[in-house]
Design a protein around this ligand. Structure first.
Ligand SMILES: Cc1ncc(COP(=O)(O)O)c(C=O)c1O
Length: 430
């Protein structure tokens, strides 16, 4: 189980032209990155945000715009990897967080703002009766795994190839407790779901694995099989909660035992959470004999609780619908622009999250996505877009925020058309 390569290979011809332009445009970033690399290994604190020769160093973000240290503006199609659903420094969320900062942002006792967010999550997501907060999606996944192991008395976890549930054991592909099977392959699940599996972890779509939607009947069959065989069905909605008021589980007709949450629920601040039935979540309570030891100095940090509550309230069904329609249009425009210049490309999409793949047909599992991700076209596209003032991810994933207006979306589509045109002229090939 591996995610897509964070920084795909570069084409030699592209290296000469695009990289020369990039270096000339980002001298301030180069200087800042050298300083950074002297103290942060690889110049970064997140593997996924690095790309060669060095990433632009960002200084500010406002709505749909990012500004780098050289003063160059970019249209933001990354939104801190899907977490900023209303764009950068969303004023209502930042005002809520700022209000907390002057009256105490963290206490060694529960606070009404935590209750408000927990109540909101429980009201929105049918399978969530109780909520437990953590500081990140990674921590929430780890807690879900521990809870499943305790509740079932079993040790192993079934994950999907290409899934990402965070960067900590036991949810790593090569972990001793992990069994991995291909996504969208129910026969493989049937075979691997033995009596020692504590939980099946599934994303509604492979997010970091290439934005590959799960077939609804596949996900429902996985949940059913898990139940039949005494394992918990854990749905990781860390990315997908932005796509539906009640999470993708409502759209798919799923009722997971546990839901893993993060990103948008913190409104731009660090957070994670698990949700589920009263019976299961009781195992995390201090008052439960034989329960799990679960603490965290900053669990349910009030800046995240306050910003997250406002963010979710503003992420209502009409807002999600607008994001969905805009994403659909952009996906079509990107595909059409590539086809016009003879570059084979498909855009996979899950709500407002998209991924460009340089292949004429959409990949349905991680192996197919990885095969297409090794092309130099991805690196060329990323650089060409940056040089045209559009900030995307090296692996081809983009996502929308409500801060993007129609003009910005048209500009994004035009930037893709320009980039493909440049790539075609430079004869960058798969
Ligand atoms: C589906 C999914 N689960 C879990 C995580 C981990 O969340 P965090 O980065 O907050 O630790 C991520 C992060 O990208 C994710 O996409």
């Amino acid at each position: 189980m591996t995610m897509l390569a964070a920084h795909p290979p570069q084409h030699p011809a592209v290296l000469e032209t695009l990289l020369a332009e990039y270096r000339a445009r980002t001298t301030g970033s180069a200087t800042a990155f050298r300083r950074s690399a002297a103290v942060l290994p690889g110049g970064e604190t997140r593997n996924v945000t690095y790309y060669p020769p060095y990433p632009v160093i960002l200084a500010e973000g406002h709505g749909s715009r990012l500004l780098d240290v050289d003063g160059t503006e970019y249209l933001d199609l990354v939104n801190n990897y899907t977490s900023l659903v209303h764009g950068n420094a969303y004023p209502p969320a930042m005002a809520a967080a700022a209000a907390v900062l002057t009256s105490g942002a963290v206490f060694p006792s529960p606070h009404e703002l935590q209750l408000e967010l927990a109540e909101l999550l429980a009201a929105r997501i049918p399978s969530v009766q109780r909520v437990r907060f953590t500081n990140s999606g990674t921590e929430a996944s780890v807690l879900a795994a521990r809870l499943a192991q305790r509740a079932t008395g079993r040790g192993r976890l079934l994950l999907f190839d290409g899934a990402y549930h965070g960067s900590a054991p036991p949810l790593l592909a090569d972990g001793p407790e992990v069994v991995t099977v291909p996504y969208n392959d129910i026969d493989a699940v049937r075979e691997a779901l033995t009596e020692d599996i504590a939980a099946v972890f599934a994303e509604p779509f492979l997010g970091a694995g290439g934005v590959i939607p799960g077939r609804p009947e596949f996900l429902r069959a996985v949940a059913e099989l898990a139940r039949e065989r005494g394992a918990l069905f854990v749905l990781d909605e860390v990315q997908s909660l932005r796509n539906s008021v009640g999470g993708e589980q409502t759209r798919l007709g799923l009722h997971p035992d546990l839901t893993v949450m993060g990103k948008v629920i913190g409104g731009g601040m660090p957070i994670g959470a698990i949700g589920g039935s009263e019976e299961l979540l009781r195992l995390t309570a201090a008052t439960t004999d034989g329960g799990l030891a679960h603490s965290g100095t900053f669990n349910g940090h009030l800046t995240a609780a306050a910003a997250g509550t406002v963010t979710l309230r503003h992420l209502d069904a009409p807002a999600i619908d607008r994001l969905d329609r805009a994403a659909h249009r952009l996906a079509d425009a990107i595909t059409a622009a590539a086809v016009r210049v003879g570059i084979p490309a498909t855009v996979t999409r899950a709500g407002s999250i998209l991924n460009v793949h340089f292949t004429p047909t959409a990949p349905v599992d991680a192996e197919q996505a990885r095969a297409t991700a090794s092309t130099p076209l991805l690196g060329a596209l990323h650089l060409a877009l940056l040089l045209d003032g559009v900030y995307t991810t090296p692996r081809g994933m983009i996502n929308l925020s409500t801060a993007l207006d129609t003009d910005s979306l048209d500009r994004a589509a035009q930037a893709y058309a320009n980039a493909f045109q440049r790539m075609a002229e430079m004869e960058v090939t798969p």
